[in-house]
Ligand binder design. Structure first.
Ligand code: BTN
Length: 272
Protein backbone atom coordinates (compact mmCIF):
# COMPACT_ATOMS: atom_id res chain seq x y z
CA UNK A 1 0.00 0.00 0.00
CA UNK A 2 1.44 3.41 -0.96
CA UNK A 3 1.88 5.36 2.25
CA UNK A 4 1.77 9.11 2.66
CA UNK A 5 5.10 10.87 2.68
CA UNK A 6 4.79 14.49 3.76
CA UNK A 7 8.20 15.53 2.39
CA UNK A 8 7.50 14.14 -1.06
CA UNK A 9 4.07 15.79 -1.11
CA UNK A 10 5.62 19.11 -0.05
CA UNK A 11 8.09 18.89 -2.94
CA UNK A 12 5.33 18.26 -5.46
CA UNK A 13 3.18 21.06 -4.05
CA UNK A 14 5.89 23.73 -3.78
CA UNK A 15 4.63 27.02 -5.21
CA UNK A 16 1.10 25.75 -5.84
CA UNK A 17 -1.87 27.89 -4.87
CA UNK A 18 -3.45 25.11 -2.81
CA UNK A 19 -0.85 23.07 -0.95
CA UNK A 20 2.16 25.41 -0.86
CA UNK A 21 2.06 25.08 2.91
CA UNK A 22 1.32 21.58 4.20
CA UNK A 23 0.80 20.37 7.76
CA UNK A 24 0.91 16.60 8.15
CA UNK A 25 -0.30 14.54 11.15
CA UNK A 26 -0.09 10.79 11.77
CA UNK A 27 -3.15 11.20 13.98
CA UNK A 28 -5.31 14.20 14.84
CA UNK A 29 -8.77 14.87 16.26
CA UNK A 30 -10.12 16.55 13.12
CA UNK A 31 -8.19 18.29 10.34
CA UNK A 32 -11.09 20.77 10.10
CA UNK A 33 -10.79 21.77 13.76
CA UNK A 34 -7.04 22.23 13.43
CA UNK A 35 -7.42 24.15 10.15
CA UNK A 36 -9.90 26.45 11.88
CA UNK A 37 -7.39 27.06 14.66
CA UNK A 38 -4.59 27.75 12.15
CA UNK A 39 -6.94 30.03 10.19
CA UNK A 40 -7.57 32.06 13.34
CA UNK A 41 -3.79 32.33 13.81
CA UNK A 42 -3.53 33.84 10.31
CA UNK A 43 -2.41 30.85 8.19
CA UNK A 44 -2.34 31.95 4.53
CA UNK A 45 -4.77 30.96 1.81
CA UNK A 46 -3.84 27.61 0.30
CA UNK A 47 -2.59 26.10 3.55
CA UNK A 48 -3.53 22.42 3.64
CA UNK A 49 -3.64 19.82 6.38
CA UNK A 50 -3.44 16.07 5.82
CA UNK A 51 -3.89 13.38 8.47
CA UNK A 52 -3.25 9.66 8.25
CA UNK A 53 -6.08 9.15 10.76
CA UNK A 54 -8.60 11.18 12.76
CA UNK A 55 -9.91 10.35 16.21
CA UNK A 56 -12.93 12.70 15.96
CA UNK A 57 -13.49 13.06 12.21
CA UNK A 58 -16.48 15.34 11.66
CA UNK A 59 -19.21 14.93 9.06
CA UNK A 60 -22.09 17.21 8.10
CA UNK A 61 -25.07 17.49 10.46
CA UNK A 62 -22.96 16.65 13.54
CA UNK A 63 -22.13 13.18 12.26
CA UNK A 64 -18.92 11.26 12.79
CA UNK A 65 -16.65 10.67 9.78
CA UNK A 66 -15.08 7.20 9.93
CA UNK A 67 -11.32 7.91 9.78
CA UNK A 68 -9.10 4.83 10.17
CA UNK A 69 -5.36 4.91 9.32
CA UNK A 70 -3.57 3.57 6.29
CA UNK A 71 -6.13 3.74 3.52
CA UNK A 72 -7.99 7.03 3.13
CA UNK A 73 -7.59 10.76 2.62
CA UNK A 74 -8.51 13.29 5.29
CA UNK A 75 -7.59 16.80 4.27
CA UNK A 76 -8.64 20.36 5.02
CA UNK A 77 -7.68 23.53 3.19
CA UNK A 78 -7.85 27.17 4.21
CA UNK A 79 -9.25 29.66 1.68
CA UNK A 80 -9.65 33.39 2.05
CA UNK A 81 -12.12 34.62 -0.58
CA UNK A 82 -12.38 38.39 -0.71
CA UNK A 83 -15.76 38.82 -2.37
CA UNK A 84 -17.96 38.23 0.65
CA UNK A 85 -20.38 35.80 2.15
CA UNK A 86 -22.27 34.76 -1.00
CA UNK A 87 -19.09 33.67 -2.75
CA UNK A 88 -18.00 31.80 0.37
CA UNK A 89 -21.24 29.78 0.34
CA UNK A 90 -20.43 28.76 -3.24
CA UNK A 91 -17.03 27.31 -2.32
CA UNK A 92 -18.43 23.97 -1.05
CA UNK A 93 -20.22 23.58 -4.40
CA UNK A 94 -16.95 24.25 -6.26
CA UNK A 95 -15.29 21.72 -3.94
CA UNK A 96 -17.94 19.13 -4.82
CA UNK A 97 -17.23 19.66 -8.51
CA UNK A 98 -13.46 19.39 -7.94
CA UNK A 99 -13.82 16.21 -5.88
CA UNK A 100 -16.22 14.58 -8.34
CA UNK A 101 -13.96 15.38 -11.30
CA UNK A 102 -10.95 14.02 -9.45
CA UNK A 103 -12.63 10.74 -8.52
CA UNK A 104 -14.01 10.47 -12.04
CA UNK A 105 -10.44 10.45 -13.36
CA UNK A 106 -9.84 7.26 -11.37
CA UNK A 107 -13.25 5.74 -12.15
CA UNK A 108 -14.20 7.18 -15.54
CA UNK A 109 -17.87 7.94 -16.06
CA UNK A 110 -18.89 6.74 -12.60
CA UNK A 111 -18.58 9.62 -10.11
CA UNK A 112 -21.69 11.72 -9.45
CA UNK A 113 -22.53 14.53 -7.05
CA UNK A 114 -25.35 14.20 -4.59
CA UNK A 115 -26.55 17.53 -3.24
CA UNK A 116 -24.96 19.40 -1.68
CA UNK A 117 -21.53 17.93 -2.34
CA UNK A 118 -21.25 14.21 -1.60
CA UNK A 119 -19.56 12.19 -4.30
CA UNK A 120 -21.18 8.85 -5.07
CA UNK A 121 -20.01 5.94 -7.18
CA UNK A 122 -22.54 3.26 -7.98
CA UNK A 123 -25.01 5.06 -5.70
CA UNK A 124 -22.71 4.75 -2.66
CA UNK A 125 -20.85 7.55 -0.94
CA UNK A 126 -17.12 7.66 -1.55
CA UNK A 127 -16.35 11.25 -0.55
CA UNK A 128 -17.80 13.83 1.83
CA UNK A 129 -17.13 17.54 2.22
CA UNK A 130 -17.53 19.69 5.31
CA UNK A 131 -17.02 23.43 4.84
CA UNK A 132 -16.90 25.85 7.77
CA UNK A 133 -16.76 29.62 7.55
CA UNK A 134 -15.23 32.19 9.89
CA UNK A 135 -16.70 35.68 9.68
CA UNK A 136 -15.12 38.92 10.96
CA UNK A 137 -18.07 41.26 11.28
CA UNK A 138 -19.63 41.36 7.80
CA UNK A 139 -16.46 40.09 6.07
CA UNK A 140 -15.43 36.51 5.48
CA UNK A 141 -12.19 35.86 7.33
CA UNK A 142 -11.63 32.34 5.94
CA UNK A 143 -13.32 29.15 4.82
CA UNK A 144 -12.11 25.69 5.80
CA UNK A 145 -12.94 23.02 3.24
CA UNK A 146 -12.56 19.53 4.68
CA UNK A 147 -12.60 16.58 2.32
CA UNK A 148 -12.69 12.91 3.26
CA UNK A 149 -12.25 10.23 0.60
CA UNK A 150 -12.58 6.49 1.14
CA UNK A 151 -9.70 5.25 -0.99
CA UNK A 152 -8.21 1.81 -0.32
CA UNK A 153 -10.61 0.36 2.25
CA UNK A 154 -12.02 -3.08 1.51
CA UNK A 155 -15.75 -3.74 1.87
CA UNK A 156 -15.19 -5.65 5.11
CA UNK A 157 -13.22 -2.78 6.63
CA UNK A 158 -16.27 -0.50 6.67
CA UNK A 159 -18.34 -0.53 9.87
CA UNK A 160 -21.44 -2.70 9.46
CA UNK A 161 -23.86 0.24 9.66
CA UNK A 162 -22.41 2.00 6.61
CA UNK A 163 -21.48 -1.01 4.45
CA UNK A 164 -24.61 -0.61 2.33
CA UNK A 165 -24.31 3.12 1.78
CA UNK A 166 -20.55 3.74 1.55
CA UNK A 167 -17.85 2.55 -0.79
CA UNK A 168 -14.18 3.16 -1.54
CA UNK A 169 -12.50 4.26 -4.75
CA UNK A 170 -10.36 1.09 -4.94
CA UNK A 171 -13.44 -1.14 -4.68
CA UNK A 172 -15.08 0.68 -7.57
CA UNK A 173 -11.94 1.02 -9.69
CA UNK A 174 -10.92 -2.59 -9.06
CA UNK A 175 -7.33 -1.63 -8.20
CA UNK A 176 -5.33 -0.04 -5.43
CA UNK A 177 -5.18 3.74 -5.77
CA UNK A 178 -2.11 5.88 -5.11
CA UNK A 179 -3.16 8.29 -2.37
CA UNK A 180 -0.39 10.84 -3.12
CA UNK A 181 -1.48 10.95 -6.77
CA UNK A 182 -5.09 11.40 -5.72
CA UNK A 183 -4.22 14.18 -3.27
CA UNK A 184 -2.24 16.11 -5.89
CA UNK A 185 -5.07 15.84 -8.45
CA UNK A 186 -7.62 16.85 -5.80
CA UNK A 187 -5.69 20.03 -4.97
CA UNK A 188 -5.14 20.81 -8.66
CA UNK A 189 -8.83 20.44 -9.46
CA UNK A 190 -9.76 22.41 -6.36
CA UNK A 191 -7.42 25.20 -7.45
CA UNK A 192 -8.97 25.18 -10.92
CA UNK A 193 -12.57 25.45 -9.71
CA UNK A 194 -11.81 27.88 -6.88
CA UNK A 195 -10.00 30.17 -9.36
CA UNK A 196 -12.92 29.90 -11.77
CA UNK A 197 -15.30 30.95 -9.01
CA UNK A 198 -13.13 33.85 -7.83
CA UNK A 199 -12.30 35.16 -11.29
CA UNK A 200 -15.49 34.51 -13.29
CA UNK A 201 -18.24 33.98 -10.76
CA UNK A 202 -20.61 31.09 -10.08
CA UNK A 203 -22.06 30.40 -13.55
CA UNK A 204 -19.69 27.74 -14.87
CA UNK A 205 -19.23 26.12 -11.44
CA UNK A 206 -23.00 25.78 -11.21
CA UNK A 207 -23.24 24.46 -14.76
CA UNK A 208 -20.61 21.80 -14.11
CA UNK A 209 -22.27 20.89 -10.80
CA UNK A 210 -25.61 20.46 -12.57
CA UNK A 211 -24.00 18.24 -15.23
CA UNK A 212 -22.39 16.09 -12.58
CA UNK A 213 -25.42 15.90 -10.29
CA UNK A 214 -27.54 12.80 -10.25
CA UNK A 215 -30.57 14.62 -8.79
CA UNK A 216 -31.61 17.16 -11.37
CA UNK A 217 -35.05 16.46 -12.85
CA UNK A 218 -35.66 13.68 -10.33
CA UNK A 219 -38.13 13.66 -7.47
CA UNK A 220 -36.19 13.99 -4.24
CA UNK A 221 -36.85 14.17 -0.54
CA UNK A 222 -34.75 16.39 1.73
CA UNK A 223 -34.76 15.62 5.45
CA UNK A 224 -33.58 18.20 7.95
CA UNK A 225 -34.07 17.85 11.71
CA UNK A 226 -36.83 15.22 11.27
CA UNK A 227 -38.72 17.37 8.77
CA UNK A 228 -38.99 16.25 5.17
CA UNK A 229 -39.78 18.21 2.03
CA UNK A 230 -40.06 16.67 -1.39
CA UNK A 231 -40.32 17.83 -4.95
CA UNK A 232 -38.62 17.73 -8.32
CA UNK A 233 -35.03 19.03 -8.16
CA UNK A 234 -34.86 21.72 -10.84
CA UNK A 235 -31.76 23.77 -10.09
CA UNK A 236 -29.14 25.16 -7.77
CA UNK A 237 -29.55 28.59 -6.18
CA UNK A 238 -26.82 31.26 -5.94
CA UNK A 239 -26.01 30.17 -2.38
CA UNK A 240 -25.82 26.45 -3.19
CA UNK A 241 -29.38 25.68 -2.06
CA UNK A 242 -31.28 23.06 -4.03
CA UNK A 243 -34.32 24.42 -5.87
CA UNK A 244 -37.33 22.12 -5.68
CA UNK A 245 -40.60 22.28 -7.55
CA UNK A 246 -43.17 21.07 -5.05
CA UNK A 247 -46.41 19.20 -5.78
CA UNK A 248 -48.40 22.46 -5.98
CA UNK A 249 -45.90 23.89 -8.49
CA UNK A 250 -44.23 26.19 -5.97
CA UNK A 251 -40.49 26.78 -6.17
CA UNK A 252 -38.71 26.19 -2.91
CA UNK A 253 -35.05 26.63 -2.04
CA UNK A 254 -33.60 24.17 0.49
CA UNK A 255 -30.31 25.10 2.12
CA UNK A 256 -29.52 22.10 4.34
CA UNK A 257 -30.42 18.48 4.83
CA UNK A 258 -29.98 14.94 3.57
CA UNK A 259 -31.22 14.31 0.08
CA UNK A 260 -32.62 11.06 -1.31
CA UNK A 261 -33.89 10.39 -4.81
CA UNK A 262 -37.40 8.99 -4.54
CA UNK A 263 -38.40 6.15 -6.82
CA UNK A 264 -41.03 7.31 -9.31
CA UNK A 265 -44.37 5.98 -8.13
CA UNK A 266 -46.56 4.62 -10.89
CA UNK A 267 -49.93 6.13 -10.13
CA UNK A 268 -51.79 4.19 -12.81
CA UNK A 269 -53.59 1.05 -11.74
CA UNK A 270 -52.58 -2.09 -13.59
CA UNK A 271 -54.53 -2.41 -16.85
CA UNK A 272 -55.04 1.36 -17.33
C1 BTN B 1 -19.90 14.58 5.24
O1 BTN B 1 -20.17 14.07 4.16
O2 BTN B 1 -20.63 14.41 6.21
C2 BTN B 1 -18.66 15.41 5.35
C3 BTN B 1 -17.44 14.60 5.72
C4 BTN B 1 -16.17 15.41 5.80
C5 BTN B 1 -15.01 14.61 6.31
C6 BTN B 1 -13.71 15.35 6.22
S1 BTN B 1 -12.32 14.32 6.59
C7 BTN B 1 -11.29 15.72 6.63
C8 BTN B 1 -12.05 16.82 7.33
N1 BTN B 1 -11.90 16.74 8.76
C9 BTN B 1 -13.04 16.42 9.37
O3 BTN B 1 -13.17 16.27 10.60
N2 BTN B 1 -14.03 16.31 8.48
C10 BTN B 1 -13.55 16.56 7.13
Amino acid sequence: MTSLNAESLRKQLAGKMIGHRLYYYDEIGSTNDEAFRLGEEGAPEGTVLIAESQTSGKGRMQRVWYSPAGANIYTSMILRPLAGRMQATQIPIAAGVAAAETLNEFCPGKAWIKWPNDVLIGGKKVCGILAQMKMSGQAVDFVVVGIGVNVNLTREQFPQDIQEIATALAIEAGREISRPELIIRLYENMTKWYRELIQNGFASVRERWLNRSEMIDKTVSIVFHNEAVSGKAVGLDEDGSLILLTANNQKMSVSAGDATILKEVNTYAAGN
